[in-house]
Design a protein around this ligand. Structure first.
Ligand code: UD1
Length: 423
């Protein structure tokens, strides 16, 4: 069946246990990083989300042999025979994370050409930090009408201080640097858990990487990296999305593999709303019990360990019925309030002033036809639908499928009246 719309009805409290999938933002960069070695690597706990299939398509285009057992979550990647160093338009436009093959291809093969990724609905999303860094490492960057090319006989190590701790730029520079002779230093680096995951994978492949205070990554270049077998971390953003869905319905959930150490501020904010969150000693796993009259909270999205921008819109959905007024400021992306009109259409009282939204809790949302414009907005509208009277039809479903593996099935297993429909 073509999954065109998500149909959601007001839900009874969601209850049960959920096992999280592997982290989307970790697996995409890990897949790209395997281009740095020659041979066969294996990844476990790989989510069957559309972006993973998009990255598979890109790797295949480059000549990589890929076998994905999506039921088992096992992905075999053989990079022995790279035949192209170009990321084509139809893949790049589907998935912005395609830019993450730039660093590895440049480092390993001295050349990469990629269609201009451009902006998307959440903002302009330039890649100037990435390109500036490659140029500083000795790459020649050429701009064409529709593409960017980087070429370098060898990359040299350098010292960078990023204007902003960009996740993608940190990852691309790191991957470009692991084979460059000498010591590369990245200051003001992103320290997201998914960046640490990349560091762990690269170290397992033989890279020499150290982390230093404040937010600095030091890379000592090695001659070659080896293929690897690695298990992808559970998805903290999927965990957050599901917890907010359970909170929205006043339910209870066990998440035995929730990466709680990577979720500290988010968990703190759930507690500020009045919800009960109990975390395991081992750093993995949590129990959640919703407060039936959650309180308003305020936060600014920030680079990790600040409040994750990816959970901003799902949190706003939940706060639209909280007691009091919440204030949310989006500082990471310049246009990440596009879910607001849809929430307003459902009866939410939200006023946007620049990058800040004031959310006055209302007694009840109402269902309707709403459109999602990005991955997390789609999740936010699904959550709003679980609280709204009547039926909610969310369009823009491909966004949801790009970022989450079986979110609908996980919600249904907890009791949510959610299904994909075509009309
Ligand atoms: C990654 C995540 C995304 C998350 C975001 C922030 C993946 C696949 N995606 O996106 O889910 O929301 O981190 O946590 O991991 N910027 C520049 N110039 C650059 C690069 C970035 O100005 O060269 C700006 C961006 O426009 C944005 C900010 O830096 O305003 C943060 O972006 P960045 O951290 O790079 O996000 P992504 O890596 O694209």
């Amino acid at each position: 069946m073509v999954k065109e719309y998500l149909r959601v009805f007001k839900s009874a409290p969601l209850c049960g246990e959920v096992k999280l999938s592997g982290a989307k933002n970790a697996v995409l960069v890990t897949m790209a990083s395997l281009l740095l070695a020659v041979g066969r690597s294996r990844l476990h706990n790989v989510p069957a989300s559309f972006d993973v299939f998009n990255m598979i398509e890109l790797l295949k285009w480059l000549g990589v042999l890929v076998v994905f057992d999506s039921n088992a979550g096992v992905l075999d990647i053989d990079t022995s025979c790279i035949t192209s160093l170009e990321a084509p338009l139809d893949i790049v436009k589907k998935m912005r994370a395609s830019i993450l093959v730039m660093g590895p291809l440049l480092a390993r093969y001295g050349s990469v050409r990629i269609t201009q990724p451009g902006g998307d609905s959440i903002g302009s999303r330039p890649i100037d930090f990435h390109l500036k860094a490659f140029a500083r490492m000795g790459a020649e960057i050429s701009f064409f009408d529709d593409a960017i090319e980087a070429k370098a006989l060898t990359l040299s190590s350098s010292r960078f201080i990023l204007d902003y701790p960009s996740v993608g730029a940190t990852e691309n520079i790191l991957m470009a640097a692991v084979l460059a002779p000498g010591v590369t230093v990245i200051e003001n680096a992103a320290f997201e858990p998914e960046v640490f995951e990349l560091v762990a994978v690269l170290r397992k492949m033989g890279a020499l990487i150290e982390l230093a205070i404040p937010a600095t990554i030091l890379v000592r270049g090695v001659k070659q990296l080896e293929p690897v077998e690695y298990t992808v971390m559970p998805d903290r953003l999927e965990a957050g999305t599901l917890l907010l869905a359970v909170a929205a319905t006043g339910g209870e959930v066990e998440m035995p593999n929730a990466p709680v150490q990577a979720m500290s501020l988010f968990i703190e904010k759930l507690r500020d709303m009045g919800h009960l969150v109990t975390t395991g000693e081992s750093g993995l796993g949590l129990s959640f019990k919703a407060h039936l009259s959650p309180r308003a909270i305020s936060f600014k999205t920030m680079p990790y360990p600040g409040y994750p921008t990816d959970l901003q819109s799902p949190t706003m959905a939940v706060l639209s019925v909280a007691e009091g007024t919440s204030v949310i400021t989006e500082t990471v992306f310049d246009n990440r309030m596009l879910h607001v009109p849809a929430l307003q259409k459902m009866g939410a009282d939200i006023e946007v002033r620049g990058a800040t939204a004031l959310i006055k809790g209302v007694a009840q949302l109402r269902g309707g036809a709403v459109e999602a414009t990005d991955i997390r907005a789609a999740a936010a509208l699904a959550i709003a639908g679980l609280m709204a009277e009547g039926e909610t039809i969310v369009s823009g479903v491909p966004h949801l499928l790009r970022g989450y593996a079986g979110l609908d099935a996980k919600l249904r297993a907890l009791g949510a009246p959610v299904s994909f429909v075509s009309m």
